[in-house]
Design a protein around this ligand. Structure first.
Ligand code: CS2
Length: 481
């Protein structure tokens, strides 16, 4: 695969992306390639840290095959929008790319945990990497313009994503390269707001000049992103692509046919015509992102726990298990009460259809990674809102019970600082420790803790698929309550 052989031009470098992986290639890169002005927008993509993907994509000029795996058939497409691939640990290359005045947008898929935020949403200064990056930035950014940005980058190599981004943005400031849009494409609520506050907070601690420039010249954009893109056996899929198309591709991506992207915010240096590729720009992102985060991602997180405890490996098989589906439906009922005014029946039906795609092998063990952070973002907010509204939040209580069982049985990672063997019994003190790790306020809510305990007994008792007691809950169809 090469641009010359495929007669594909190289669009100019205008976007830098941090966190190159399968999802970025199935989503933003694909939207960019389909935009009406695709010939004007090339992406320079940096991997998270590993060099493997860079080494696979570089020899094929950043080109790769997107395999859209429908329930019945595959569709193959070469995506040409990534024009340069770099390893994420090449900080100097990242800084130079962001400081280039031709670059208008810096986008991120660094995972929820990659933001290194504390439970209150601010940078986690107790995290040793965050603390040492902050110290390093203080020294590097104070060096002043006389040292030049090269000196700054040569002496400083932050390890956190936000540390690298701040170093790079400071180089852009010093270079006078102009305003830029910073776009989070991770599954966090109000991802742009969180990112904006986090970079402002860290910059405020590291350099007042950078903090002032950020406030003036960096527009932080919020987005809700959606496309189920599982990890794959790369060599097997390369062989599949070769057989179906004749293309030699060392780094194909497999994804579902569905894709959605909702954005809110300003792009001071311009942006691709992503609407022409199906993206939507809205003033108020909140209902869309909450719907997606709580319902799709929330269900995934619950399935990763309960599905694995019941012996399933894939989303598509767990969602056919009556116990799993009832827990998901109960969670969605709570979600629906917090999403008034949205017609959720078609959305629920479409999620079930997507989860059931038998040809997408989405491993529950993959979704279980970083589970504590995911539960905090996807389920806890709804539980708190439901309790504040004076309701029992049984759907959330059951979902958290399923997560605790997953932790207790070792199929879901325990929260940092909690020894999984110590909570395996799920007795009162173990349950309390797990709830505390999620949210102090929820842990202090006695009625909620009782509902979680009852749900654990009900679920724990249903060791076989035959007995399926669910806490005070009837079977629901796909319509919202
Ligand atoms: C999943 C997401 O791994 C996970 O936590 O819930 O990656 C999910 O597949 C995507 O957000 C779908 O858009």
């Amino acid at each position: 695969m090469s641009r010359a052989a495929a007669h594909l031009p190289t669009p100019p470098e205008r976007i830098v992306h941090l966190g190159l992986g399968a999802f970025h290639r199935a989503h933003e890169a694909w939207y960019t390639a389909r935009a009406s002005d695709a010939d004007r927008w090339g992406i320079v993509a940096f991997t998270g840290r590993s060099r493997d993907l860079a080494e696979r994509l570089d020899p094929q000029d950043g080109l790769y095959t997107l395999v859209e795996r429908g329930a019945d058939a595959d569709r193959f497409e070469v995506v040409p929008s990534i024009v340069r691939v770099e390893a994420g640990d090449d900080v100097a290359a990242f800084v130079a790319a962001v400081a280039d005045p031709q670059i208008a947008i810096l986008t991120l898929t660094i995972t929820e945990a990659g933001y290194r935020l504390a439970a209150d949403g601010t940078p986690d200064l107790a995290d040793p990497d965050v603390a040492s990056d902050l110290e390093l930035l203080r020294v590097a950014l104070a060096a002043g313009p006389s040292d030049g940005s090269d000196a700054v980058t040569a002496n400083a190599a932050p390890v956190t994503a936000l540390g690298r981004i701040l170093l790079a943005l400071d180089a852009r400031r010093r270079a006078g390269a102009g305003p830029i849009a910073l776009v989070s494409c991770d599954n966090l609520p109000d991802n742009g707001g969180l990112l904006q506050r986090a970079v402002a907070d860290l910059a405020g601690r590291a350099s007042p000049d950078l903090a002032a420039w950020l406030a003036q010249s960096v527009s932080v954009v919020s987005t809700s992103v959606d496309r189920i893109t599982p990890a794959i056996d790369v060599d097997a899929e390369s062989a599949n692509v070769r057989e179906a198309t004749g293309w030699r591709d060392a780094a194909p991506v497999v994804t579902e046919p569905f894709a959605d992207w909702v954005l809110s915010g300003r792009f001071p240096a311009g942006r691709p015509d992503w609407e022409s590729a199906g993206a939507r720009f809205v003033d108020d992102l909140e209902p869309w992102e909450n719907r997606k985060l709580w319902m799709l991602n929330g269900a995934h997180t619950v399935l990763a726990a309960v599905g694995q405890t019941r012996g399933h490996a894939l989303v598509s098989s767990a969602i056919d298990d009556p116990v799993c589906i009832r827990i998901v439906e109960a969670l969605w009922d709570d979600d629906a009460r917090q999403l008034p005014g949205l017609d959720l029946a078609p959305y629920r039906a479409s999620l079930l259809e997507r989860f059931r795609n038998p040809r997408i092998e989405h491993r529950l063990a993959q979704i279980a990674q970083d589970s504590t952070t995911k539960v905090r973002l996807r389920i806890v907010p709804v539980a708190l809102d439901e309790r504040d509204a004076g309701r029992t939040a049984d759907g959330c209580a059951t979902a958290l019970a399923a997560w605790m069982l997953g932790v207790g049985r070792g199929v879901v990672p325990a929260p940092v600082g909690i020894d999984p063997t110590a909570v395996g019994s799920l007795d009162a003190s173990a349950r309390r420790a797990l709830l505390c790790a999620l949210d102090e306020r929820l842990a202090a809510d006695e009625l909620f803790a009782t509902r979680v305990a009852a749900a654990i007994s009900a679920l724990g008792a249903s060791g076989t698929p035959a007995s399926l007691p669910l806490l005070n809950h009837e079977t629901h169809g796909t319509s919202p309550t």
